[in-house]
Ligand binder design. Structure first.
Ligand code: COA
Length: 336
């Protein structure tokens, strides 16, 4: 019988430095009041100069492997979701493989921006449930501070750094397991320019002119992205719940990508999910792109909020544009 893929361990890493709204007030023309009411953010973490997506990701990965009680040499595949890789190549996944000593693992990066964690779950599930791999390590890791223009108040208040990792396996762990139900996802490349890093790739290679234009900084049409985020996250969330055989009332928690408290609340409202079921880490970490859902899950785990029989609705939206959702069903040790 085909075994279901489960998350059997999770881990995270957050840099020490905290950038508060009060700090940003000293850098650009903004206010704590504007940032908090428009985004829900109070603080975000910023990686040190010698911290990179690979080093943060490796630390998160080690924590996830410890929790899953498996050795690094038992990992068959490392998938890294990041839009801020250490290098264009080699992949950040390969750097993590070396740093954690996962000598039997293959490794690759992929790019679905803020939808990275949800897309990665579908990739890991496919590898595990097809029997190709037993243990897949998902690492979502971002150093967004490296692509932010800290003189642009419309973007610099929004983003933070951090990493989250999950071990996905066909063998359950003695602890809490999160069964990955069907993952639903979509994309619309017609809206690619709404959220983009224009420079540094082969279309706009780095040059004095590209740097002078600021092409190496993230650009976003915030209002436009906001509108699509609410619509697409609501639609794909309802689809993930219903087509996995659940009802919205069965959902114990909404664990959404953390881009804006108003987006999250609008999605929850449209899905008729009450406020007390909506998980938020946005106030303390800001938008950490691919890492944000994993950081939210780690927060819940730390607070012992993952209970046998719970169903968590995960949904995300990001550059591409991309979106996705799934339901994770919590299975404790008594569920075998
Ligand atoms: N501080 C103070 N004022 C600011 C500001 C800041 N940090 N950033 C923008 N403003 C100003 C604007 O200049 C504008 O002023 P104007 O009316 O004089 O032109 C005003 O505030 C309103 O700006 P607007 O862009 O309309 O605000 P908004 O309510 O749309 O909020 C975002 C902006 C970016 C917070 C919001 O659009 C958003 O969250 N978008 C989606 C983000 C997202 O999901 N990104 C990633 C996808 S994963």
């Amino acid at each position: 019988m085909q075994k279901s893929a489960c998350i059997i361990g999770m881990g995270r890493y957050l840099p020490e430095r905290i950038l508060t709204n009060a700090d940003l007030e000293k850098m650009v023309d903004t206010s704590d009041e504007w940032i908090y009411t428009r985004t829900g953010m109070k603080a975000r973490r910023i990686a040190a100069e010698d911290e990179f997506p690979s080093t943060m990701g490796a630390k998160a990965a080690i924590n996830a492997l410890e929790e899953a009680q498996i050795g690094a040499d038992e990992v068959d595949l490392i998938i890294c979701a990041t839009l801020t890789p250490d290098y264009i190549f080699p992949s950040t996944a390969c750097l993590i493989q070396e740093q954690i000593g996962a000598k039997n693992a293959s490794a690759f990066d992929f790019q679905a921006a803020c939808t990275g964690f949800v897309y990665a779950l579908s990739i890991a599930k496919a590898f595990v449930e097809s029997g190709v791999h037993k243990n897949v390590l998902l690492v979502a890791t971002e150093k967004l501070s490296s692509i932010i223009d800290y003189t642009d108040r419309t973007t610099c208040v929004l983003f933070g750094d951090g990493a989250a990792a999950a071990v996905i396996s066909s063998e359950k762990s003695p602890g809490v397991n999160l069964k990955i139900n069907r993952v639903f996802q979509g994309a619309d490349g017609a809206l690619a320019d709404r959220l983009i890093l224009p420079g540094g790739g082969s279309r706009v290679p780095p040059s004095i002119e590209s740097v002078e234009r600021g092409d190496h900084f993230l650009k976003m049409e915030g209002k436009e992205v906001f509108k699509h985020a609410v619509r697409k996250m609501k639609d794909v969330s309802v689809q993930a719940v219903e087509e996995n055989g659940f009802e919205l009332a069965d959902i114990s928690y909404l664990v959404s990508h953390q881009a804006n408290v108003r987006i999250i609340n609008a999605v929850a409202e449209r899905c008729q999910i009450p406020k007390e079921k909506v998980k938020m880490t946005i106030e303390k970490y800001g938008n950490t792109s691919a890492s944000s859902i994993g950081l939210c899950l780690c927060d819940m785990q730390e607070k012992s909020e993952l209970k046998d029989g719970d169903h968590l609705l995960l949904c995300a939206f990001g550059a591409g544009l991309t979106w996705g959702a799934t339901v994770l069903s919590v299975e404790g040790e008594d569920n075998g």
